[in-house]
Design a binder for this molecule. Sequence first.
Ligand code: PRP
Length: 180
Amino acid sequence: MNNDIERVLYSKEELNRRMDELAKQLTAEYKDQRPLIISVMTGAVLFTVDMIKRMDIMAKLDFIDVSSYYGGTSSTGKVKLVQDLKSDVRDRSILIMEDIVDTGHTLKYLIDLLKERGAKSVKVCTLLDKPEGRQVEVKADYVGFNVPNEFLVGYGLDYQGYYRNLPYVGILKPAVYEKD
Ligand code: PRP
């Protein structure tokens, strides 16, 4: 699996360091709010798990699965709800955990959905932000790293479902996806 990686962008140590900082900020913001933390499956699960262990706050955890229809390599912007939350979000402080914000379609869909359902506040923490990819205007409140427009895998991010279990974020060798 490691042989398919062109370059490591963020090592395990760099990810850990940045998560320590982000968790400190989030702990300060949410210490009295008992937020509902929503992890967006599947990519954000690794990041979510590592972050919540660093946050000394009372919080609940839930999961949502949404998927975009991709034609070729770009998003069509249509987002579908695959698996809904178990929780009622009405009057709750919500913290969405994402692995990456790219076109922004997924995040916009989620924020609109949660606000429509009566959430008190909706904020977003993403490990990676790819501003060059943006097609709709949406902003994360907490960002681990701004990333270049490359095909990234690892630490939750996949190519055809694989590479999520790499402990770092890396750039996939073009030869891997060009042959498919
Ligand atoms: C990825 C990622 C985000 C979304 C970001 O999920 O986890 O949720 O895409 O892209 P966008 O800003 O262009 O909408 P994906 O739909 O690939 O599902 P996965 O997490 O199961 O890999």
